[in-house]
Design a protein around this ligand. Structure first.
Ligand code: DX5
Ligand code: ZN
Length: 222
């Protein structure tokens, strides 16, 4: 399966959101990555339900919604109504994670679980069959444009092995600090979905940058 690229709307120009959504529509990107922050789970506040509904009106690709909020189980149906296709909650914010991921699936969305950089991947061992995606945070969540944490590679490799052992169809997503210099090594380690905010939206040619991120034949030596 060819890997997916999900540009992060967090780095878009919010005053020109329709323009940026249309740029992603015409690019080779696979999903829209949408970061929701509550100012409690993470030290930043980003966007919420009305903005997701507005994006949905123009988006021609699935919305991959990443909840960085406490008690995410309270809002599952609201995010479904707003247009989320994949809904990811943080393990660290979910006391009854098993119940929450099943509620996400029952609402008709793919269920994802995100792990902060300090959270070991083996915390997911009892729940791997119940989820569709693991979002491995490669920065501390809260802001775009941060530096990639190198320990991520070994987490991805371990997760790939764990997923192989239970023969589950699991997508491994990398979120934070993905660049044209590290994406190929992440794919080598076993990543399926690359989230990229800063790398795409600060580029002179975002469409061409997305195309480069889609090109897995890029050598890790170049
Ligand atoms: C960080 C967010 C990321 C962020 C990534 O908390 O979850 O999705 O937008 O941005 P870059 O690619 O700029 O690190
Ligand atoms: Zn994110």
């Amino acid at each position: 399966m060819k890997h997916k690229v999900a540009p992060s709307i967090l780095s878009a120009d919010f005053a020109n959101l329709q323009r940026d959504v249309e740029m992603i529509n015409r690019s080779e990107a696979d999903w829209f990555h949408v970061d929701v922050m509550d100012g409690v789970f993470v030290p930043n506040i980003s966007l919420g339900l009305p903005v997701i509904s507005a994006i949905k009106k123009h988006a021609q690709k699935p919305l991959d919604v990443h909840l960085m909020i406490v008690q995410p189980e309270r809002y599952i149906n609201d995010f479904k109504k707003a247009g989320a296709d994949i809904l990811t909650v943080h393990l660290e914010a979910s006391i009854h994670l098993h119940r929450t991921v099943h509620a996400i699936r029952e609402a008709g969305m793919k269920a994802g679980v995100a792990l902060n950089p300090h959270t070991p991947v083996n915390t997911l061992s009892e729940i791997l069959r119940d989820i569709d995606l693991v979002c491995v945070m490669s920065v501390n969540p809260g802001f775009g444009g941060q530096k990639f944490i190198e320990n991520t590679y070994s987490k991805v490799r371990e997760l790939r092995t764990m997923a192989g052992n239970v023969e589950t169809e699991l997508l491994i997503e990398i979120d934070g600090g993905v660049t044209l210099n590290n994406y190929a090594e992440l794919l080598e380690a076993g990543a399926d979905v690359l989230v990229a905010g800063n790398t795409v939206f600060t580029a002179d040619d975002p469409v061409a940058t997305i195309q480069k991120l889609k090109n897995s034949s890029h050598s890790i030596l170049t």
